[in-house]
Design a protein around this ligand. Structure first.
Ligand SMILES: *[C@@H]1O[C@H](CO)[C@@H](O)[C@H](O)[C@H]1NC(C)=O
Ligand SMILES: *[C@@H]1O[C@H](CO)[C@@H](O)[C@H](O)[C@H]1NC(C)=O
Length: 143
C-alpha cells in the first residue's frame, strides 16, 4: 500500500470564488436598483463584475452566495438576491429610528445556475436608504 502525492495546482485553476465590499456608501438608491460592490478582494475566475455588480456563471452548477449590509441609526437597507431578475432571497436591515446603534443583516442563497446566468443584489422596492462602505459585503463561490 502507498499513496501518491496529488498536484492540486491544475484543479485550482477551475475555482470560481469572489469576495467584495462596498467601496462607497449607498444612499437613496431607488427601486430595484443593483447594489454595486466595487471593492474586489478576490475574484478567482473573473465571474464578478465590479462595474455592473453582477455575477455571471462561467459554467453550469450550484453556487453559494452571502451578503451583509450595515445601515445607520434611523436608516434601512433592504435587499433581494435575484437570478436573471427573479427573486431568490431577501435581506432586511433596519437601524431602528432613535437608536444610536448600527444594525447589520446577512443572508445567503444557494442557487442552481446555467452558464451565463446572472446573479446580483438589488434594492427591495425603494428601500435602499443607507448602507456603509467597508462593512457591507457580497461573496460567493461554486460548490
Ligand atoms: C504542479 O503542476 C504545476 C503546473 O502543471 C507545475 O508547475 C508544478 O511544478 C507541479 N508541482 C509538483 C510538485 O509536481
Ligand atoms: C472605510 O475605509 C476607508 C479607508 O480606510 C475609510 O476612509 C472610511 O472611513 C471607512 N468607512 C467606514 C464606514 O468605516
Amino acid at each position: 500500500m502507498g499513496y501518491k502525492t496529488m498536484n492540486c495546482s491544475g484543479t485550482e485553476k477551475n475555482i470560481i470564488a469572489f469576495h467584495t465590499r462596498l467601496s462607497k456608501r449607498q444612499e437613496n438608491l431607488g427601486k430595484s436598483v443593483v447594489v454595486v460592490f466595487g471593492k474586489i478582494i478576490l475574484n478567482t475566475g473573473n465571474a464578478y463584475d465590479g462595474m455592473t455588480g453582477k455575477f455571471t456563471a462561467p459554467e453550469d452548477g450550484i453556487y453559494s452566495f452571502t451578503w451583509t449590509m450595515l445601515t445607520a441609526p434611523g436608516k434601512y437597507f433592504n435587499t433581494e438576491i435575484v437570478l436573471n431578475g427573479n427573486i431568490i432571497g431577501y435581506n432586511f436591515v433596519d437601524g431602528a429610528t432613535g437608536s444610536s446603534h448600527h444594525s447589520s443583516g446577512s443572508s445567503s442563497a444557494i442557487i442552481k445556475m446555467k452558464k451565463k446566468d446572472e446573479v446580483w443584489i438589488r434594492t427591495y422596492g425603494d428601500n435602499g436608504k443607507f448602507a456603509y462602505e467597508n462593512w457591507s459585503s457580497f461573496s460567493g463561490f461554486k460548490l
